[in-house]
Design a protein around this ligand. Structure first.
Ligand SMILES: Nc1nc2c(ncn2[C@@H]2O[C@H](COP(=O)(O)OP(=O)(O)OP(=O)(O)O)[C@@H](O)[C@H]2O)c(=O)[nH]1
Ligand SMILES: [Mg+2]
Length: 273
């Protein structure tokens, strides 16, 4: 597979700064890393709890207030599990940019986490999900909406709210889970509680998505290389057009000078005669 040298990448950053996102993603794709599954979403919605339940170990800190302050990665079961900073907590700061950068550049499967007891998705969540789903259509990189904390509501309320959410993002695949029911069910050996947690369905989704990661990465790489090639071609065409214009102007100026010289020569000759 053709890879770009660091010098070429540096030149492309200067030559086509609008392709910064593509170049950064390409840098990640060129590192042959394990498939990466990331959680993303508003702060305190249960992202870290969900990862702990998926891994089966308390690897990420959980609390009932804003907790995760930096992107962190744990390797388990042959995958990289990435916890990101909660969105909307640090409006003036850099948290949202860091979380979105991680989601865009560093991971293969995105789990967009929303707590059911917070009601329907807000406008920001809808907009972020749409961005990720549009990107999924273009590249094949998977995004799943994971609605968590489902047992904090009655089953009727739960069904109603899930319907509303499905209408907000009709094209999103969605799985409803309860990380805490899953964990408590395992702790107290209660299979029905584990089933209510519904983590098995989520594991299945992740397994399928990860199975396709190599192919998706190759397709994504090809897509980015095509975009870069198109950008370089466009810049070359623009440079050629500028060169041609400058050449034409130079020829026109030379012709004007030649004409003036001929007129002057003619006048001098007639004055001498
Ligand atoms: N009832 C219930 N509570 C949950 C569940 N998942 C998480 N919680 C609680 O929700 C709160 C937030 O959980 P975290 O996992 O720390 O949330 P987070 O999204 O990682 O938060 P930040 O790191 O601040 O972005 C904690 O009090 C958890 O115990 C769940 O499935 N059910
Ligand atoms: Mg967290």
């Amino acid at each position: 597979m053709q890879t770009l040298t660091p010098a070429t990448v540096a030149r492309l950053h200067t030559f086509a700064p609008q392709c910064r996102m593509e170049l950064e993603r390409l840098g990640e794709l060129d590192k042959t890393s394990l498939p990466t599954v990331a959680v993303l979403g508003h702060y305190n919605h249960g992202k870290s709890s969900l990862l702990n339940a998926l891994i089966g170990k308390e690897c990420f800190a959980v609390s009932d207030h804003r907790e995760t302050r930096q992107t962190s990665v744990q390797i388990h079961h042959g995958l990289q599990w990435m916890d990101t900073l909660g969105l909307n907590a640090d409006v003036a700061g850099d948290d949202d940019r860091c979380a979105m950068q991680a989601a865009h550049h560093q991971c293969d499967v995105r789990l967009f986490v929303h707590a059911l007891d917070m009601g329907e998705l807000d406008a920001r969540e809808v907009s972020l999900l749409r961005t990720l789903l549009d990107e999924q259509s273009a590249t094949g990189r998977q995004t799943l909406l994971v609605v968590t904390r489902i047992t904090n509501r009655s089953s009727t309320e739960r069904e109603q709210m899930l319907k509303v959410i499905a209408q907000q993002v009709p094209d999103a695949a969605c799985i409803a889970v309860s990380a805490s029911s899953h964990q408590r069910g395992l702790e107290h050996k209660r299979p029905a509680l584990v089933r209510l947690g519904n983590l098995n369905e989520l594991h299945l989704f992740i397994r399928k998505a990860v199975f396709n990661v190599d192919q998706v990465r190759q397709d994504e790489r090809r897509l980015i290389m095509n975009t870069l090639a198109q950008e370089v071609n466009l810049k070359m065409q623009q440079a050629r057009a500028r060169y041609q214009r400058a050449k034409n102007q130079k020829q026109a100026a030379q012709q004007t000078l030649r004409d003036r010289f001929a007129t002057l020569q003619h006048r001098i000759e007639s004055e001498i005669r």
